[in-house]
Write a protein that binds this ligand. Structure first.
Ligand SMILES: [Fe+2]
Length: 301
């Protein structure tokens, strides 16, 4: 199981539940919407970890910027969705999609066997993660999935709440999985509404009321916490977690401050979900932010 070190000054929002327990209570949408991180207990993805270690992690060899950008935000589905490639010679493959071709040529080093092994592994993990989504969020009505595959090392990320640069009032559900043979280490800090309450008066957060919450996320993450430039964040209390190989967890990355302290390979699946299918639509991120504005403004007047 994951090693978890809880900090007494941060609310304990890390829940450990098995899939039968999650199924038994009809999912965990309510808990995740309230800003809990749910770690799936007694479960590991049955994954071919070794195949990922053989993939090329650098995409510097790709000249075309749009293709490089797409490979940087690699989607797991590129390995197994789309028209099957044509075989060329003994070793190579020819794809209709330029992105999939570059993925084969560079990430899979033009090796048909390696591509086939990676495809098999990622298709299996894809199906397992879709199953976990259905178990965890049985009522959700998703309209888009971004099935992101992270293959590059992440180290000492700053503590932050995600800003997706989308100003819609949307809801997301996320499933994460550690695809590496080493632990993936996360730190978790205050939930965004709690952080707002702590900073509200001193930093006049009232000026962000009625605006796109991303403005306030940016102000707190970048201007107050140093963004990606400075590293003062060790002053903030945080929980520490080392997720084991194949472990899977769920959470709303705008609601919970997080910091990937160390990680090699992971799946980050993000579903955009219709708000009216939420356990409580009043718990969508924008609504929680507006609620804190109302609460603080009432308290201050
Ligand atoms: Fe993040």
């Amino acid at each position: 199981m994951a090693v978890i070190e809880r900090h007494p000054d941060v609310k304990d929002f890390i829940l450990e539940m098995s899939l039968p327990e999650i199924r038994e209570r009809g999912g965990v949408a309510d808990l995740v919407e309230q800003g809990n991180i749910v770690l799936i207990k007694d479960f590991r993805l049955d994954f071919d970890f070794e195949v990922l270690t053989r993939l090329e992690k650098s995409i510097d060899a790709i000249q075309a910027v749009p293709i490089r950008r797409k490979l940087k935000k690699l989607e797991a589905t590129h390995f197994f969705e789309g028209e099957p490639p044509a075989k060329v010679g003994f070793r190579s493959l020819r794809f209709k999609s330029a992105v999939r071709q570059a993925m084969f040529d560079v990430i899979c080093k033009g090796d048909r066997k390696l591509f086939a092994q990676a495809s098999t592994a990622l298709k299996a993990s894809h199906e397992t993660v879709l199953g976990i989504f259905d178990t965890a969020f049985p009522e959700y009505d998703p309209f888009q999935l971004i099935a992101s595959l992270r293959l590059t090392r992440t180290l000492f990320e700053n503590l932050h709440w995600d800003n997706h640069s989308i100003d819609d009032d949307f809801h997301q559900a996320r499933v994460f999985a550690n695809l590496d043979i080493r632990p993936r280490i996360w730190h978790l800090g205050h939930r965004f509404p709690d952080m707002m309450r702590l900073l509200y008066e001193k930093h006049n957060l009232a000026r962000f009321a009625g605006q796109d919450p991303n403005e306030m996320i940016d102000f707190i993450t970048r201007d107050l916490l140093g963004g990606t430039d400075r590293m003062w964040l060790d002053q903030l209390p945080r929980h520490r977690i080392a997720f084991e190989p194949g472990e899977v967890w769920l959470g709303e990355s705008r609601l919970v401050a997080h910091q990937i302290y160390y990680g090699e390979a992971a799946l980050v699946y993000m579903w955009f979900v219709k708000v009216n299918s939420m356990s409580d639509p009043g718990n969508r991120f924008n609504a929680q932010v507006e609620e804190v504005h109302r609460e603080m403004q009432t308290a201050l007047t």
